[in-house]
Design a protein around this ligand. Structure first.
Ligand SMILES: Cc1cc2nc3c(=O)[nH]c(=O)nc-3n(C[C@H](O)[C@H](O)[C@H](O)COP(=O)(O)O)c2cc1C
Length: 222
């Protein structure tokens, strides 16, 4: 028999099919406008907005509810500049040999290079760390479960919350990203997962004219 002693009633609002269709249509319309933005206004973000965004991400499902993530909000100009300097060093190597010809070709339509002005302009850098293990006083290192899957789901929810808050972001991977743990003095059990500058878009910014795969290509009905 499963032990249900520590269970509580589900807090669930039922939605009629008509209401569901309406809500989902509005949500879809809004989500289809989400774009990666690489040029930011320097206007600061209200702290309460940032806290709500992190709370949404922190509500994500995770393997055995281990919640193997830490979200660092970097707004201090000196830390941001250390991060930019280290990121540009790695990106210089990436754009000058490490990425290879095919990757460089795939990146052409984005017009990106190793210069990362957005690490200075964006008022907040959210540095997401995955927690590989926890340290238990009695048992020592305890590995977390499905860490990548869990943190990726949380980041999906984070990006959704950022968009719903009227903010924009760039999912950035200046790999290898171990400099982030060093600069932010994170503990040994944490590894940098993504670097996400967040803010308001620079006026009249442009985004690459890319297309998403149509529904028929990504949905297979059995
Ligand atoms: C895991 C991951 C890593 C990414 N790394 C970078 C990056 O380092 N630099 C960058 O400018 N964009 C990066 N992107 C953004 C993608 O280029 C962008 O999501 C893609 O082109 C689709 O555009 P959209 O987000 O506007 O739909 C990354 C996105 C993901 C999901």
């Amino acid at each position: 028999m499963r032990d249900k002693s520590a269970h509580i009633p589900l807090d669930h609002a039922s939605v009629s099919p008509i209401e569901a269709a309406e809500k989902l249509r509005a949500f879809k319309e809004q989500m289809l406008k989400r774009r990666t933005v690489r040029e930011f206004d320097t206007r600061p973000i209200d702290q309460a907005l940032l806290d709500d965004i992190i709370s949404v991400a922190g509500s994500a499902p995770s393997g055995a509810n281990k919640q193997p993530w830490t979200f660092c909000l970097v707004q201090d100009p000196s830390l941001k500049s250390q991060i930019r300097e280290a990121a540009e060093k790695e990106e210089f190597e990436n754009y000058h040999g490490r990425m290879g010809e095919r990757w460089m070709n795939d990146l052409k339509e984005f017009g990106t290079d190793h210069i990362k002005e957005f690490l200075k302009e964006a008022p907040c850098l959210i540095v997401v760390f995955k927690r590989i293990y926890e340290v238990d006083e009695a048992e020592g290192k305890q590995n977390n479960y499905y860490v990548n899957e869990s943190v990726a789901i949380a980041v999906g929810m984070l990006l959704t919350a950022i968009h719903l808050a009227g903010l924009v972001a760039v999912t950035h991977t200046p790999s290898p990203m171990n400099f982030l743990a060093k600069v932010l003095e994170r503990p040994e059990n944490e590894r940098a997962f993504l670097l996400i500058p967040v803010g308001y878009p620079k006026e009249s910014t442009l985004v690459p004219d890319i297309k998403k795969k149509p529904l028929d290509e990504i949905r297979i009905a059995y």
